[in-house]
Ligand binder design. Structure first.
Ligand code: B3K
Ligand code: ZN
Length: 900
């Protein structure tokens, strides 16, 4: 397949000013008439017009109303004899497509009998011939015609101009979008839908209509989405001065969708998973997911839509920035300092669990890639989450006000344009001439061009006589495919010093400056050290003896920190660090180190992983009178098996998923038993009363109670006690909300309790008609801890059920992705059957939906880190897939790169 390179970017040979589309919607054969006004881009050498197309049937092409000559070059429609000057001309293209056969879910497709579109990145070319690239921005007018009884609601971007009835029971609607937009933001929906509506008046005094469209039975599940949308509108105005620019803002839910949601101008299309939420079927995590994705898509209206990307290499320009914005939104919504910190910890957990492995693996790529074969493979955690960390570093360097000045300048300069990551960086820098950024900008921009997670090594030296403390930081970024040598980056390292009494020691540098980011009144002092060289030292004065350095507070840069901290310092920080992120991190480091020791080949598996002092430290956190329940739940949660695996891989240790699983289970058992009385207390002290609320405090309480129940059931498993499993069963049966029901079910399943089967059967009976709740039922089982290899046969058996289908991405993800990506010990089997199953499913999915298949294909990215025999069977499975000559471009690129 052809490689597309960033260096080859050239502006388009033609511009498209306006597009007038008429759809006759029909599942088997939808007719699309595309009348557009184009003009030659006189700034580039004359070339033929080459219009992108994909699986279209072409009926007719008219130039200025007349037949004209054209030719096909593969799927591309080529017109040579066009006006030579800059004057506009009109082209009419008449095509048909077949939505009901569109299992790729790109372009125009059907879901539950309704019509939806997905155009990003290159789906518009599956609707009509077009210059399907983000730097071609046009004004759209869209006429939709369809049978009125079957598709009573007809939607497209912008404002409704006209609607009415036609002959034969058909009707029409005409939509006009006043904002110029790239084709990837185009959308159409036609269906039997109902809407929750809300009129709002924004700060600017303008009136708007917000609508959330769903299937008729789902209206009772749209309250949270609407509240989140209203909050997002208010937040963007308050925090960034960015108002809603449309009279009408619509969100529509569909149950068949390749990803979470899509920010089409004024007509966001969502996976039901990120719209629908009611306490009976949605967990706290689901409620939080709705809020953040509603926010994310809404925030794209400015960061992505008003200012868009020049080309797809700039994807992180909109995605990294918008993830940063949604993370900040969720933090602000969470409220308290502690709840904000919990959200930050959760975001970093996600980054480390997904982005770090990507950056260490065969598909590592920079935040701004240099090349791709299939752009859909580059909607990655590097583009999104690492991109968000890069944006966050501007804010760390410039402060909130400086960052806001940069954003203001970015919009002042680029509103209505298609721009690059350089333009964003330049605006940040130009708006902050007094900051360190202008001098560092070229170096800072290496964050966009260098792949790989930098390793920062810290060395601490204390001079008791002089009362000085010197911290030496060094950086190194390991080689990644295609990038052998790396240059030093600009790395902001926020540091603190926890005194022997547990209080922060104010940081004064030799020149006498105070730590810069400390708020005047706060006793805590945090200093931002800017590491720009390969190695640099920072010396602080008036430092008492016995301090514990607290480095990379708040996770101030997306790096791996290596610091040989003593066990005593680690325990001291777990007990006292004023930075909640680093306090949590101290506990995780302790647990990760213990797990790594226990799981390494030389260890004695019979020996307990944690010692008495460590256990007491965990108990102290659990029983702490001031810490929030949500924080405690995070601090007492063991690193995932995949985190332990990555930690081992980063140290060059072979990854044995079975050993890691056994280690983690042993640690769980140890913590469950040693803290048994504390878990009982935690369970009892964190029961709720009153109606379900998804707020941070209530969900934190549920998280800790849920963890306690799991621990109590684990302990019961060891002792044979029947009381706690009995309680779990009752809870799984009678819980008033899904969070508690799922926690109880998980406790039974994870302890292989005989009541688990009965509880699962009840659950199924209760939720057989609810697709999202049923997804959880499949996922729960795919995540069962393996006992004698029983999970794979279970997954196969579940695939045979009439309520399973590969065609629905949510269902496929619930069962197959969960098994292959979230249950390592069940997946990496010594007999290789898990890997063979993976190959089978990648191929089956690829025939239906290459984008979804390519995601599953990523499950074996890290095969080279595995111990034998897992390594060989994983490679063999990759080779099986790669040997197929009918692979999609998507899967081909993934497996080829994985095999290196
Ligand atoms: N921009 C879309 C993602 C489109 C993915 C195309 N393969 C959703 C989002 O990031 O908001
Ligand atoms: Zn996005």
């Amino acid at each position: 397949a052809a490689t597309i390179r960033r260096a080859d970017y050239a502006p388009p040979a033609f511009w498209i000013d306006s597009v007038n589309l008429t759809f006759d919607l029909d599942p088997a054969k939808t007719r699309v008439l595309n009348r557009m006004t184009l003009r030659r881009n006189m700034a580039v050498p004359a070339q033929p017009l080459r219009l992108d197309g994909d699986e279209l049937s072409l009926s007719r092409v008219l130039l200025g109303g007349q037949g004209c000559s054209f030719r096909m070059d593969g799927q591309t429609l080529v017109l040579e004899n066009l006006p030579e000057g800059p004057e506009p001309f009109e082209l009419e293209i008449f095509t048909t497509c077949c939505p009901e056969k569109n299992t790729q879910l790109m372009g125009l497709f059907m879901s539950g009998g309704d019509f939806f579109t997905q155009c990003e990145a290159e789906g518009f070319r599956r609707i009509t011939y077009f210059l399907d690239r983000p730097d071609v921005m046009a004004t759209y007018t869209v006429t939709l015609r369809a049978d009125k009884a079957r598709w009573p609601v007809l939607l497209s971007n912008g404002n409704l101009i006209e609607s009415g009835d036609l002959d034969d029971g058909r009707h029409f609607a005409i939509w006009h979008d006043p904002h110029k937009k790239p084709s990837y933001l185009f959308a159409v929906v036609a269906g039997r839908l109902v809407a929750r509506e809300q009129r709002i008046t924004t700060r600017a005094g303008k009136e708007h209509l917000l609508q959330v469209f769903v299937r008729p039975g789902d209206l009772d599940q749209t309250g949270h989405a609407m509240r989140s949308l209203m909050a997002a509108v208010a937040w963007d105005e308050a925090r960034f001065g960015l108002p809603l620019d449309l009279e009408r803002f619509m969100v529509v839910a569909t149950s068949d969708f390749n990803m979470g949601a899509m920010e089409n101008k004024g007509l966001n299309i969502f996976n039901t998973r990120f719209v629908l939420a009611k306490p009976a079927t949605a967990t706290d995590a689901d409620f939080a997911g709705v809020e953040s994705v509603i926010g994310h898509e809404y925030f794209h209206n400015w960061t992505g839509n008003r200012v868009t990307c020049r080309d797809w290499f700039q994807l992180s320009l909109k995605e990294g920035l918008t993830v940063f914005r949604d993370q900040e939104f969720s933090q602000d919504m969470a409220g308290s300092e502690s709840a904000r910190a919990v959200k930050r910890i959760e975001d970093v957990i996600v980054l480390r669990a997904h982005q770090f492995p990507e950056d260490a693996g065969p598909l590592a790529h920079p935040v701004r890639p240099d090349e791709y074969q299939e752009i859909n493979n580059f909607y990655t955690t590097t583009i999104y989450e690492k991109g968000a960390e890069v944006v966050r570093m501007y804010q760390t360097l410039l402060g909130r006000e400086g960052f806001r000045r940069g954003m203001d300048l970015y919009f002042e300069r680029h509103d209505g344009q298609a721009v690059t990551c350089d333009d964003f960086a330049q605006a940040m820098s130009d708006a902050n001439p007094q900051s360190p950024l202008p001098a560092l900008l070229p170096q800072f921009k290496r964050w966009y061009s260098q792949a790989g997670t930098p390793v920062v090594t810290a060395e601490s030296r204390y001079d008791e006589a002089a009362q000085t403390w010197t911290l030496t930081l060094a950086q190194h970024t390991p080689p990644t495919p295609g990038q052998a040598v790396k240059e030093p980056l600009v790395i902001p390292v926020r540091i603190g010093l926890v005194g022997p009494d547990g209080q922060d020691v104010p940081l004064q540098t030799q020149e006498g400056q105070q730590g810069e980011s400390a708020p005047a009144a706060a006793p805590a002092a945090t200093f931002t050290a800017l590491l720009t060289e390969e190695k640099a030292s920072f010396t602080f004065i008036n430092v008492p003896a016995g301090c514990a350095p607290s480095l990379l507070r708040g996770f101030s840069a997306p790096v791996r920190l290596q610091y040989a901290e003593t066990p005593a310092q680690l325990l001291h920080r777990l007990a006292h660090d004023s930075d909640p992120f680093n306090r949590w991190e101290a506990g995780q480091t302790l647990l990760l180190q213990a797990a790594t020791r226990h799981a390494s080949a030389s260890a004695n598996p019979g020996e307990p992983a944690l010692n008495g002092a460590q256990m007491e430290a965990l108990r102290a956190v659990l029983r702490h009178p001031q810490l929030d329940a949500a924080f405690k739940a995070l601090a007492l949660t063991l690193p995932a098996e995949s985190d332990i695996a990555e930690h081992m891989a980063s140290q060059g240790l072979p990854v044995d998923p079975q050993r890691i699983h056994a280690t983690r289970q042993a640690m769980l058992a140890q913590i469950a038993s040693a803290l048994q009385a504390d878990w009982q207390w935690a369970w009892q002290a964190h029961q709720g009363s009153g109606a379900y609320q998804p707020d941070a405090a209530s969900s934190g309480r549920r998280a800790l109670a849920g963890l306690a129940l799991l621990m109590l059931c684990l302990n019961a498993q060891a002792t044979g006690d029947a009381v706690w499993p009995g309680k779990a069963y009752q809870r799984a049966k009678d819980a008033g909300n899904m969070t508690e029901r799922l926690a109880a079910l998980t406790a039974l399943i994870h302890t292989h309790h005989p009541l688990a089967g009965k509880a699962l059967a009840r659950y199924h009976a209760l939720f057989a008609e609810d697709a999202l709740a049923l997804d959880k039922w499949f996922a729960l089982q795919a995540r069962t801890p393996d006992a004698d290899g029983h999970v794979l046969p279970l997954v196969r058996q579940l695939m045979q059920r009439p309520d399973f289908t590969l065609k629905n991405p949510n269902r496929a993800r619930a069962l197959i992705f969960t098994y292959c990506l979230n249950n390592p010990a069940a997946f990496h089997r010594a007999d290789g059957a898990g890997h063979a199953f993976w190959a089978e499913q990648v191929l089956a999915l690829d025939a239906l939906n290459p984008q979804v298949a390519a995601r599953l294909a990523r499950a074996l990215d890290r095969w080279a880190t595995l111990a034998e025999p897992y390594r060989s069977s994983a490679r063999a499975a990759l080779q099986t897939v790669a040997a197929r000559d009918t692979l999609s471009r998507d899967v081909r690129e993934v497996v080829t790169r994985a095999l290196g």
